[in-house]
Design a binder for this molecule. Structure first.
Ligand SMILES: Cc1cc2nc3c(=O)[nH]c(=O)nc-3n(C[C@H](O)[C@H](O)[C@H](O)COP(=O)(O)OP(=O)(O)OC[C@H]3O[C@@H](n4cnc5c(N)ncnc54)[C@H](O)[C@@H]3O)c2cc1C
Length: 422
């Protein structure tokens, strides 16, 4: 069969890689390079930084890491440590992990901030991890928001405001209010002790960067149409028509939309109400990523720096966090500090800025749960020729894992099983 894939983030690349084993794939991407690597930054000395930072950890990233292992993509362990700072740079909560055989035991500490207590955060986090395991296993979570779940189970403001909201606002790159409104179920699944104690020990990145992933995944794809923007996709007799913005068009047996949901909504000219409701269910929020060398965003003493440094401000600002790149890239070990800051709260000296980019990210609300079910029902329809994949398209936070898993599920429906164990 002839199959079009529109978008070359990790979802489109995974779909293209798998389907090209059995079908003829044409992959469309509006950027001049495959989208997954389009915003990486080249530094002096041949070091290429992944932008945005793309971390993963075993236990949660099962589809992605099984695919990487199959492709021979090496990963590199990072220190799983983080510091939570007040806006004036006071580290009130730190966590790191200490390895003990197959386990990774969290170590928690902090200094009194007058606002949140590290001890209370640690005690409540442990209770929440255990309750998450129990409530998920017994199916009693329901479709409640994180805020309602925490209030109903009497968790402290220290845990909610001092840790959970800033942490999930950062990893989901969304507003604090959005995290409050996220389905509790999605968050609890990431807090399962099985993941925390075994998989979480190895925060990691791809050793040779997203460029290596892109190279491996594009290699078998029959036709790669870079710098090609798709204007519209619609069903026609005999297939699905893909129309480019220069007016050229082609008809395929199947088309896989691997763009953001809000872009898919504009692309699919003949979307039916169920498709529209799914694509509408995932609002997008913007965030800024700045790559720079200005150490003023971190505490004055580098001993207080962690791999990830969260600055927890008021709820009406976007989450701010700075990743310290040098420990993550052995090539940068001997170089001056370089940082990846999400939504800088204070100005960065322009002389220190290497790159700045805006991204959009799907956010989750209680409408996500029924939307995932509707999407599955749509994909189960007999004779379906139009498919939706992406980080938003399978249950969970909008991470690379969810993007890869959504592509695997569509490949299976089109008769291609992944050549790795699921
Ligand atoms: C700051 C930040 C940090 C992150 N950190 C992590 C992390 O540590 N770990 C993690 O797992 N995830 C992380 N993520 C999320 C992760 O990057 C996304 O989940 C993932 O990239 C989404 O992949 P995707 O394939 O679904 O979509 P995308 O990567 O958005 O790909 C969609 C592609 O479609 C293309 N496209 C759109 N419209 C058209 C058109 N009309 N014609 C042709 N092409 C089109 C786009 O150019 C793009 O390349 C982070 C995200 C951000 C913003």
């Amino acid at each position: 069969m002839n199959i079009a894939v529109i978008g070359s983030g990790i979802a489109g690349l995974t779909a293209g890689y798998l389907l090209s084993q059995k079908h003829t794939v044409t992959l469309y991407e509006r950027q001049p390079t495959p989208g997954m690597d389009a915003f990486s930054v080249d530094l002096e000395g041949g070091v290429r930084l992944d932008v945005p930072m793309r971390l993963n950890y075993p236990g949660y990233y099962r589809a992605l890491l099984a695919m990487y292992a199959h492709l021979g993509i090496e990963t590199q362990r990072l220190q799983a440590n983080a510091t939570f700072l007040t806006p004036d740079g006071h580290p009130y909560f730190r966590f790191s992990t200490r390895r003990l055989g197959p386990l990774a035991l969290p170590q928690l500490d902090g200094e009194p901030s007058g606002q949140w207590s590290a001890g209370q955060i640690a005690a409540d986090a442990w209770r929440l991890a255990q309750q998450a395991s129990h409530d998920l296993a017994s199916g009693t979570v329901g479709n409640v928001t994180l805020e309602d779940y925490l209030a109903h189970n009497r968790y402290s403001a220290d845990l909610a405001e001092g840790f959970l909201y800033p942490f999930y606002a950062t990893i989901s790159t969304c507003a604090y209010a959005t995290v409050r409104n996220m389905p509790a179920q999605v968050i609890l699944e990431t807090l399962n002790p099985r993941i925390l104690l075994s998989g979480f020990r190895t925060f990691q990145r791809v050793k040779h960067g997203t460029q290596a992933v892109v190279k491996a995944l594009t290699q078998p794809i029959q036709s790669l149409r870079l710098s090609t923007t798709v204007e519209a996709v619609c069903r026609v007799p005999g297939g699905v028509q893909v129309v480019e913005n220069n007016g050229a068009s082609s008809v395929y047996d199947h088309a896989i939309i691997a763009t953001q949901a809000n872009h898919a909504l504009k692309l699919v000219a003949d979307a039916n109400p169920a498709e529209r409701s799914v694509l509408h269910a995932f609002p997008y929020e913007s965030c800024e990523v700045v790559i720079h060398t200005d150490a003023n965003l971190l505490p004055p003493c580098s001993r207080d720096w962690a791999q990830m440094n969260f600055v927890v401000g008021s709820e009406d600002v976007l989450p701010t966090a700075t990743g310290w790149m040098n420990p993550a890239y052995p090539e940068l070990a001997a170089r001056p500090p370089i940082f990846h800051t999400l939504n800088p709260a204070s100005p960065i000296d322009p002389a220190h800025i290497i790159d700045r980019t805006w991204f959009e990210r799907a956010t989750l609300s209680p409408t996500a749960l029924p939307a995932w079910q509707t999407l599955q029902n749509l994909h189960n329809e007999r004779g379906r020729q139009l498919w939706f994949v992406g980080a938003y398209a399978t249950p969970g936070l909008a991470l690379q894992e969810n993007a890869a898993e959504s592509a695997v599920q569509v490949a299976l429906r089109l008769g291609v099983a992944p050549p790795w164990e699921r």
